[in-house]
Write a protein that binds this ligand. Structure first.
Ligand SMILES: Cc1cc2nc3c(=O)[nH]c(=O)nc-3n(C[C@H](O)[C@H](O)[C@H](O)COP(=O)(O)OP(=O)(O)OC[C@H]3O[C@@H](n4cnc5c(N)ncnc54)[C@H](O)[C@@H]3O)c2cc1C
Length: 405
């Protein structure tokens, strides 16, 4: 059997599925291929709370996904950053840059559930679940892939192939695109819990020698804990009783939110930096984690991937308006040129945090404390940091211009 589409996206995770919705709004036919199953209502599969920057919110609003998601999100009006055992701290407030919120925390399951539903109902989308890709042949006019669900094989061809298949991207490897990689030797353990004294609309990021500890609000007294630990330590932390795990968190976090209780399921995520050396191959383009997987300490990975989506949509839309092939080398080079500076800045930022805040050396500790203090005392520095986290500075992309809902 064979099928033809305008675009085929390998990987229907958060970035790939969002792109599929966008390409559908451009009137294009899209196939998505993902190894996972469609799980419309699978609460607890992914217990993360994703801090979505205003740039991501605007893209989701443009695509008509934000209005139903908004009631499940929590505005982030303040972010408190501290360094355990040091004097410095900084407090980022939405009011300081004149915006209603620095971002919103969205349960990952809520976002993925809505995207999965969209892929199944949108007229232009065809989703191949529990499927992987075998042969890939890029010809002069189209790319042809063999899609297999373990029983049947389908030959799928499209003008444009998008690699959105994450860290270990098979598409990236197929085209021999090299990647630079660094294992941080850390694992993030994520779980939900209640706190005794919630601080509304406030997230906390606390840097410790073993890795950062983040506490994000997800409504009422419920929070998402992200406890990064050295990987050799993480196995032990996963095995602790709920009480012992919460005791460890409380010890590291301090008493600011009172007692932690009602711990949900724990999930672990190894932390790796991986950056593709090229963003395109014949008729093929890389987005999201397939292009850049970064440390989650700055909560920037998905926000970066969704800006890939917005830029690619812009490039494809402009090419179509000019009557050009949206997968021509010139169009894909244009995408890569536009994305590289943001990729470099954002990866440097999160990698820098991981390096500087992961060192336990006397003079570095002092410098780190001083840097946080300086950031707190120097409003222009602080505002620059906030604009970066919001992902909007200098952004002219029309897909990111929707009014905030
Ligand atoms: C602990 C933690 C917390 C985070 N918090 C934040 C945050 O607050 N804010 C933020 O912006 N980012 C955050 N991130 C980063 C964010 O999760 C990622 O950037 C985002 O998930 C990347 O999405 P993606 O769709 O590119 O890749 P993935 O989410 O990795 O999706 C890839 C998809 O491809 C599929 N796939 C893989 N291989 C194949 C194959 N061979 N064939 C078919 N399908 C395949 C997979 O099944 C999957 O569905 C966090 C990350 C971690 C680890």
């Amino acid at each position: 059997m064979s099928r033809e589409f305008d675009c085929v996206i390998v990987g229907a995770g958060l970035a790939g599925a969002t792109l599929a919705v966008g390409l559908d709004t451009l009137g294009l036919s899209v196939a998505t291929v993902d190894a996972r199953s469609r799980t419309p209502a699978a609460p607890g599969r992914d217990v993360r709370g994703l801090a979505l920057a205003p740039s991501s919110q605007r893209l989701l609003a443009t695509l008509g996904l934000w209005s139903t998601l908004a009631p499940h999100t929590t505005a982030l009006k303040t972010i408190v950053i501290t360094d355990r055992g040091q004097f410095g701290s900084t407090r980022l407030c939405a009011a300081d840059v004149g915006v209603p919120a620095l971002g919103h925390v969205c349960p990952a399951d809520q976002l993925l559930g809505r995207l999965d539903a969209a892929l199944t109902t949108l007229p232009g989308c065809t989703a191949y679940w529990q499927s992987t890709v075998g042969d890939i042949v890029a010809g002069p006019d189209a790319v042809t892939l063999t899609v297999s669900d373990g029983q049947a094989q389908t030959a799928v061809s499209a003008r444009l192939l998008i690699a959105a298949d994450g860290l270990h991207s098979a598409v990236r490897r197929h085209f021999d695109i090299a990647a630079t990689s660094r294992d941080y030797g850390q694992t993030a353990i994520v779980a939900n819990a209640d706190v005794e004294r919630p601080v509304p609309d406030t997230a906390f990021e606390r840097f410790t020698r073993e890795g950062p500890l983040a506490v994000l609000p997800i409504g009422g007294a419920r929070v998402v804990i992200v406890r990064a630990a050295r990987t050799d330590e993480a196995t032990g932390l996963m095995r602790l009783s709920d009480e012992a795990f919460l005791h460890d968190v409380r010890q590291r976090f301090g008493g600011r939110l009172g007692r932690f209780s009602a711990l949900g399921e724990r999930r672990s995520h190894p932390l790796i930096l991986n950056r593709a050396q090229a963003l395109h191959a014949p008729r093929t383009v890389l987005i999201g984690n397939a292009a850049n997987t970064i440390h989650p300490n700055g909560a920037q990975g998905l926000n970066l991937g969704l800006r890939d989506v917005a830029t690619l949509l812009d490039c494809v839309q402009m090419a179509l308006a000019r009557g050009e092939d949206p997968a021509s080398t010139a169009v894909l080079e244009g995408y890569a040129r536009r994305r590289r500076p943001d990729h470099d800045r954002t990866a440097r930022f999160s990698d820098g945090l991981a390096r500087v805040f992961g060192l336990d050396l006397g003079p570095v500790n002092v410098a780190r404390g001083a840097a946080l203090l300086a950031c707190d005392l120097l409003p222009p520095l602080k505002r620059a940091l906030m604009w970066r986290l919001m992902g909007l500075r200098g952004e002219t992309n029309r897909w990111l211009r929707a009014p905030q809902a």
